[in-house]
Design a protein around this ligand. Structure first.
Ligand SMILES: [Zn+2]
Ligand SMILES: [Zn+2]
Length: 133
């Protein structure tokens, strides 16, 4: 069973050859601004780019920050850091399939944006599948 992922423009595609070991949600301002906050963690050998490697661009921060952020330079989709380490962090937001895991931890919750929680009571608008701007 493979789990596929892709960017908004469709130029970059990847797959996971095995289900992720876990998922975690990061609430730090850096992940929020970079457009990814929930990550699945999978063994590096189980992650494979299928298409669009030439579209990838990377942001490597200065220490003490270490998390390299990989993006599609055409559409800006954030992939997390799928190329660093023996276990890589892949942005759950760009997965096309259900990874099967759910978040088992939160990180940097004190940095969460004031507006982030508490939206549960807001009404749904344009509540159809497959839409979006
Ligand atoms: Zn793209
Ligand atoms: Zn973060």
């Amino acid at each position: 069973m493979t789990i596929k992922g892709s960017c908004v423009c469709g130029g970059v595609r990847f797959e996971l050859f095995e289900p992720p070991a876990m998922m975690g949600a990061c609430h730090c301002s850096r992940c929020r601004k970079a457009g990814s906050a929930a990550y699945v963690y999978v063994r590096a050998e189980a992650f494979h780019w299928l298409a669009g490697r030439s579209l990838l661009t990377r942001y490597r921060p200065r220490p003490p920050f270490r998390f390299t952020r990989t993006f599609c330079r055409r559409c800006g989709t954030a992939f997390g850091d799928p190329e660093t380490g023996r276990v890589v962090a892949v942005a759950a937001s760009c997965l096309d399939d259900d990874p099967g895991v759910r978040a088992t931890f939160h990180e940097y919750a004190p940095d969460e944006a004031a507006w982030s929680p508490g939206c549960e009571d807001a009404p749904f608008l344009r509540n159809e599948k497959g839409g979006g701007p």
